[in-house]
Design a protein around this ligand. Structure first.
Ligand code: HEC
Ligand code: HEC
Length: 267
């Protein structure tokens, strides 16, 4: 549930970068890797031969979670290909052709590659309009502009892989970003305060309000305090946006990589 936290931890982000460097250093990249059509074909194959153990989107089951595993257990492309063909431990070898094997590698890679490095299936320019029309900026900052209730998205293309990014918009309750748990307070004065907990001690609680300002409250002045299980992010975008709007929005978010070192983007 809190697995998306991993993507927020600078140390792990650095690990992901380091891994990226070694991968590039190997230069063993198969042409299918990062290729949208190959990834899609790999996804189909994965759903019949692998999802039974690894979950439909590689989220884990009897087999490990392949969305998170890559972060702490980097596996080179060749090694992954061999592992898929031969099996390992409780995992049986797959009976697939060379191309099918590489499409599977391409799909598994796509689960952990930062969205910025992928070709997102959508139109980033159209996605900007979706972002602007749906109030995202009320809560999120991009390039220094916007609200502060939710995480700054200026760098989100480097922080989240495409499946996690899509999930963050379609099903925000699934994994609440660290430091963004909602809280409802009723003060002894009768005032109601709602926001995101930033800091909490036995004596005080610091709450970030919807307008981004921080407020430090004395626990002694608080009548009731309810931590919200649910996210503060609207959960109905999945109903409000068409599939195409969602694709475009994700494509736009994928391009958000402020401060990224100069690198070849594939789009
Ligand atoms: C019967 C269940 C099962 C099936 C089916 C299965 N896996 Fe696995 N998979 C596992 C288990 C268990 C592991 C952990 C292996 C170990 O002990 O090292 C694993 C490990 C992996 C790993 C390596 C993770 C790592 O970093 O070490 C990859 C990649 C992987 N599987 C991909 C696939 C793909 C692709 C398919 C479909 C062709 C597939 N698996 C089918 C159970 C399964
Ligand atoms: C009412 C405020 C609010 C609005 C409006 C809102 N969000 Fe969020 N969003 C949040 C909060 C709070 C979080 C952190 C909690 C969570 O992970 O669910 C979040 C999390 C996210 C994340 C995950 C970020 C990360 O670092 O893990 C993404 C991506 C995101 N929002 C995109 C959007 C997009 C795109 C829109 C518009 C379609 C939008 N949000 C609208 C409040 C909002």
């Amino acid at each position: 549930m809190l697995l998306r936290l991993l993507w927020l931890t600078p140390v792990l982000c650095f690990a992901a970068w380091a891994q990226h460097d070694t991968k590039d250093g190997e230069k063993a990249k198969h042409p299918f890797i990062g290729d949208l059509a190959a990834i899609e074909a790999g996804r189909q194959q994965f759903s019949t031969g692998c999802a039974g153990c690894h979950g439909p989107e590689g989220g884990g089951g009897r087999g490990p979670n392949l969305q998170d595993r890559g972060v702490w257990h980097p596996l080179g492309d060749e090694d992954m290909y061999k592992l898929i063909q031969k099996g390992q431990g409780l995992m049986p070898g797959a009976n697939v052709t060379v191309d099918e094997g590489w499409r599977l590698v391409a799909f598994v890679r796509s689960l952990t590659t930062p969205a910025f490095e992928m070709k997102a299936p959508g139109d980033a320019v159209a996605g900007k309009a979706v972002y602007e029309a749906n109030g995202c900026a009320n809560c999120h900052t991009l390039q220094g502009k916007g609200g502060k209730l939710g995480p700054d998205l200026s760098n989100v293309g480097l922080r989240l892989p495409l499946p996690k990014m899509r999930k963050a918009v379609m099903d925000p309750d699934d994994a609440i970003a660290e430091g963004y748990q909602g809280i409802d307070l009723v003060m002894r004065s009768g005032e109601r305060v709602r926001g995101v907990v930033k800091n909490r001690t036995n004596y005080s609680v610091q709450v970030q309000l919807g307008n981004g300002s921080l407020r430090l409250l004395n626990v002694g002045d608080v009548e009731t305090m309810t931590l919200r299980e649910a996210t503060m992010m609207p959960v109905d975008y999945v109903k409000k946006l068409s599939k195409m709007e969602m694709d475009n929005l994700v494509a736009f978010l994928a391009r958000q990589a402020a401060g990224a070192p100069v690198m070849a983007a594939k789009q």
